[in-house]
Design a protein around this ligand. Structure first.
Ligand code: PHE
Length: 452
């Protein structure tokens, strides 16, 4: 049935766009992963390398994704089809991005579900006086409990659905303008708590005092890979969000703000966490267990810990929510733009699909415990490996090579000039042509195990 095409959605305000894109960027990667990898890789020395990676690789690729989106006003696949024709090779970049969004969306929701479970436990007072052995049992118990994880996974996907179905302005933008300020406020409270904790000095030293002896080649690769993941690159999100961006907006200034917010929040998260970890004498380099095992014990031992634990896990849940909606939106935009679906149908279908595809992830450490579809990896770990280690860097590489070398005319330049940032063009162009593709290639080879 032919129907009048609605004009393409656009962000209502620049602030709304920046908060939505920062919402995508600020996720579990910032609050959970960044602090512990910084801790393990020499603190300040690592932070320094990480900042360089953000500036030289992350930021230029983020700008490239925004350019592609804004220029074409399309989803990630449609964007390359429009630029290079329906049968061009470059649409592979779009397909890989959307595939990454699809896979990550499903298992990220399961992890986000754990954060909801922890909010619930914090509210119920389950962390009161918890010992390291008890928390081990609690977290292990959650992983062993399929139905419980499925329930939270379902609730989380339902929230994503509820937001994305409202559309760009009335759903994503409106909720980003609520969730992001709340997130910043929560983080600020936790940060202040850290700064006034007896462990403040030790925490600051751990994060910022450069210990170059701990900075190895592997640390540099870790910083590189993380700078890419933390800005939500290679997963269609920034192309899609860029496609709703106003033409006269300064693409460089906005990208810079988003990257600064993302980095600032990661640093603040570290300063919220490490001082209190030190204050109670626990191990800072607990790796992935830092959030789900160390932190509850820490909160059970400090003043105000009951409230602080609730705030902390809410913070995590909000960060996960604004990230996951960007992945759902990237797939929804694909069905709307390429297949002519309505938003309601597309969102319901994709959220339902993500829920179903997430089920084996929720069951990976219980009912499906013995099932290892890839090598000796459970479904959850296999999904993460395929998406983070292969799909993201592959699409990042294709995007930077395309924009740096194959995008014809000077359309990418016009995207910068349109917002008054023509002056950064030479610098940006150098990065996107030479530095970014090389760096992403190195990430890819490293993740593929070529460097041992
Ligand atoms: N930038 C996100 C993070 O740091 C990565 C991400 C985005 C993950 C969207 C999932 C969904 O966590």
């Amino acid at each position: 049935m032919p129907h009048a095409k609605a004009p393409r959605a656009q962000w209502a305000s620049r602030l709304g766009f920046i908060l939505a894109a920062a919402g995508s960027a600020v996720g579990l990667g910032n609050i959970w992963k960044f602090p512990y990898i910084a801790g393990e890789n020499g603190g300040g020395a690592f932070v320094l390398v990480y900042l360089v990676c953000i500036a030289m690789v992350g930021l230029p690729i983020m700008m490239a994704e925004f350019m592609i989106g804004r220029h074409t006003r399309k989803d990630a696949v449609g964007a390359f089809r429009q630029l290079e024709g329906a049968r061009s090779f470059w649409q592979v970049a779009g397909w890989v991005s959307v595939a990454a969004a699809f896979i990550i969306c499903s298992y990220y929701s399961v992890v986000a579900g754990w954060t909801l479970d922890y909010v619930f436990r914090a509210v119920m007072g389950s962390f009161a006086g918890v010992s390291p052995e008890e928390i081990e049992g609690m977290f292990g118990g959650l992983l062993a409990n399929g139905p419980r994880q499925i329930l939270w996974h379902f609730l989380f996907m339902a929230m994503c659905l509820g937001i994305v179905i409202g559309g760009v302005q009335k759903g994503i933008e409106r909720w980003s303008k609520i969730l992001m300020p709340v997130l910043l406020f929560l983080l600020f409270l936790l940060f202040m708590n850290g700064m006034f904790s007896p462990g403040a000095r030790e925490g600051l030293a751990f994060m910022f005092e450069p210990d170059f002896s701990k900075l190895t080649g592997a640390s540099v690769l870790e910083a590189l890979g993380h700078s890419f993941f933390t800005l939500s690159l290679g997963m269609a999100a920034m192309i899609t969000y860029g496609s709703y961006m106003a033409k006269n907006e300064d693409l460089f200034a906005s990208s810079l703000r988003i990257a600064l917010l993302d980095t600032g929040i990661a640093l603040m998260a570290g300063l919220a966490i490490f001082p209190i970890v030190f204050a109670v004498g626990m191990a800072p380099a607990a790796g992935p267990g830092l959030i789900f095992k160390t932190i509850p014990v820490v909160f059970s031992q400090i003043p105000g810990g009951f409230i602080l634990a609730i705030l902390f896990f809410l913070l995590l849940a909000f960060a996960a929510l604004t990230s996951n909606i960007s992945l759902l939106e990237s797939q929804v935009a694909f069905l709307i733009d390429e297949k002519g679906w309505g938003r309601k149908r597309a969102t319901t279908f994709l959220a339902g699909l993500a829920f179903v595809v997430g089920l084996p992830s929720a069951l990976s450490y219980n009912a499906l415990g013995g099932w290892t579809p890839l090598g000796d990896l459970a479904f959850f770990d296999a999904a993460d490996l395929i998406a983070s280690n292969y799909l993201l860097p592959i699409s990042g590489l294709l995007i930077s090579v395309y924009v740096g070398w194959f995008w014809k005319g000077s359309e990418e330049k016009e995207e910068l000039v349109a917002g008054g940032a023509g002056w950064v063009y030479p610098l940006w162009h150098f990065m996107i042509r030479y530095v970014a593709p090389l760096a992403v290639l190195v990430i890819l080879l490293n993740k593929a195990g070529l460097f041992g």
